[in-house]
Design a protein around this ligand. Sequence first.
Ligand code: SAM
Ligand code: SF4
Length: 344
Amino acid sequence: MNIFSGHVRGSEAPPMIDPFGRMVSYLRVSVTDRCDFRCTYCMAEHMTFLPKKDLLTLEELERLCSAFIDKGVRKIRLTGGEPLVRHNIMHLVRALGRKVADGGLEELTLTTNGSQLSRYAAELVDNGVRRINVSVDTLDPQKFRDITRIGDLSKVLAGIEAAQKAGIHVKLNAVALKGFNDREIADIMRWAHGRGMDMTVIETMPMGEIDEDRTDQYLPLSELRASLEEQFTLTENNHRTGGPARYVTVEETGGRLGFITPLTHNFCESCNRVRLTCTGTLYMCLGQNDAADFRELLRSTDDDAVLKRAIDEAISRKPKGHDFIIDREHNRPAVARHMSMTGG
Ligand code: SAM
Ligand code: SF4
């Protein structure tokens, strides 16, 4: 038997329950704020990235993730920035892969722009990664270059192919952008479903200063769904990945399409996650500013019991939900940090 299949030890600790009765079992870890792309909706063209001393080391990240696993976290997603551009990231993947192998962790996944996947796909599989999300907003090479400001679509497509060949389930993520890819989503979906990938479309969220006007980019997914329904039969689907996406089956392709609609539908009531930044700040909600700092704690004590008490204290402050709004009057980021800090 593959050491990574089906062997779940189950957490020894009682589950972490927040003040609203939600079980927190999912940790998203942004391992770097850096990226080899500069997507226009995510980053400004000229970003100032954090100095290295501010980042948690990979060993600190590993120690903190282990404390969360001991507290009942069952699933970890590595994200960023671009997780695969962090120097020596496979050190952390290997450490967390061992947790998957011994059943401490149910799932290790990542969200990536795919640019480095050709290089890492085999190693990811060897370390227990079975599913990844790859972000692709267009299949037109020139438009891809425009939206990412730097990216090379052919490398990303080669990366997806390498991941699939290695046996990883790939889900495609696309941010729906008015006037950019709204007319292309149907084609991207056909392409993804034709290659055995589910797809999720995401509404733009007002996070961090960018160089463009977010009201110009914002496309409510209710509009996108209505236009897809002119061409396709969308059947409600109970598929849940523990995330905020609501899925439909597209009868014509046989594939699944997910909608993440933070603005038109609030998905907070079933939120099971918290987010750790690469500097060791834990955000209990993507759309709120309250946070808990773990960096100083990690550097001031070797006692993991102290970390675990701080985790409990943070979870006891998890808020009910976010307050995202995008309209002309609210044309400021709801939170000042960029998505690349908390990783989406
Ligand atoms: N670099 C990786 C990637 O692009 O997949 C991981 C980090 S990225 C911040 C995670 C996801 O957030 C991507 O799917 C990206 O498209 C999405 N994203 C970034 N900024 C966003 C925003 N302002 N609103 C909605 N989604 C956003
Ligand atoms: Fe980088 Fe991902 Fe943000 Fe694009 S969305 S700039 S790939 S972090």
